[in-house]
Write a protein that binds this ligand. Sequence first.
Ligand SMILES: *Cc1c(COP(=O)(O)O)cnc(C)c1O
Length: 411
Amino acid sequence: MVTINENYLKLKAGYLFPEIARRVNAFAEANPSAAIIKLGIGDVTEPLPQACRDAMTQAIQDMGQRETFKGYGPEQGYLWLREKIAQHDFQSRGCKIDASEIFVSDGSKCDCGNILDILGDDNSIAATDPVYPVYVDTNVMAGHTGEADDSGKYGGLTYLPISADNDFTAQIPSEKVDIIYLCFPNNPTGAVATKENLQAWVDYAKENGSLILFDAAYEAFITDPAIPHSIYEIEGARDCAIEFRSFSKNAGFTGTRCALTVVPKSLTVKASNGEEVQLWTLWNRRQCTKFNGVSYIVQRGAEAVYSAEGQAQIKALIAFYLENAQIIRDRLSAAGLKVYGGTNAPYVWVKTPESFSSWDFFDKLLQAANVVGTPGSGFGAAGEGYFRISAFNSRANVEEAMARVTANLKL
Ligand SMILES: *Cc1c(COP(=O)(O)O)cnc(C)c1O
């Protein structure tokens, strides 16, 4: 008899984005003339940089000639791409990361889930609340949690609440946890971590033999020069942290698919037989067995991000989204709302007005302004009373959405 992975049945059925879609569709059906503007899901809207398109067009030509045709590439990614990543994203910032420690993949979301393949099932796990749901749900699927309670919290996980009360900086746990998920700049709150804060996490991890899973998908949005872009800017991180990066948000690759995971060779974990095992070896083995690499064409597109034109174009793209975020911050503040994030991240995290729950505020914006955002409570119980507005949209849509929200929001 076939059995299933029953852990999937523990997942909260009403996942955030389907519920948003359900409410938006119901509203659109009842109000067919409403021009709904979506500032909800974290997907980019602006076209791929020209340098990336040119490189991919050239790569397609390469595939059309016997001499330059490429079959399977290295499972870890082409060395020419890994070297550029190591140099531009890490070595230039003083991080001792070698090209051989970079694994190119088709997405950070996949890597964040797949990393559990090489880790044991008995680790204690901490994640912030609110959180990027992938970290929690992949652990639920792997059987690392109990059932969810009424607030959506799964048994067995350590939740680290983040809110305005603690400046969106999670308190370091007093007990020992084995695996800690950190995401900076943060989705959904738009918060960043200072060097001191990250140093405290690395010190904690080294003291407790913990592993930090650091998601830096939004590092390109950091404008404050004092804020670290990589966990490896922190002393000791090579011994306790894996970092996830993606071309999705800096270069608009959400539909093109290219990302990378850094596993330092100095990162070891003691096996039950007492042997110190490199996580690099396990991840390399995992990728070689279960993954066949990212397409040559896409890797050439990603490589172009590091050319002079590519760098200029992605800087302009990021600046454009950050200007959107500034417009959102300014308009909502002027309307009397308290806003967070949006200066080093493409998300503005809004405190909902008194007496509005996250979902009440969602319904209010949808009905009164025909604007869609994301209820903070969908990212975790401690996100209740907050609302995420994404800066990923055209300037015209952002301006129009903010004009409607401020005109219709009677506080
Ligand atoms: C968008 C995003 C990613 C990137 O995921 P990809 O699979 O590379 O597109 C990773 N982490 C967070 C928190 C994100 O919001």
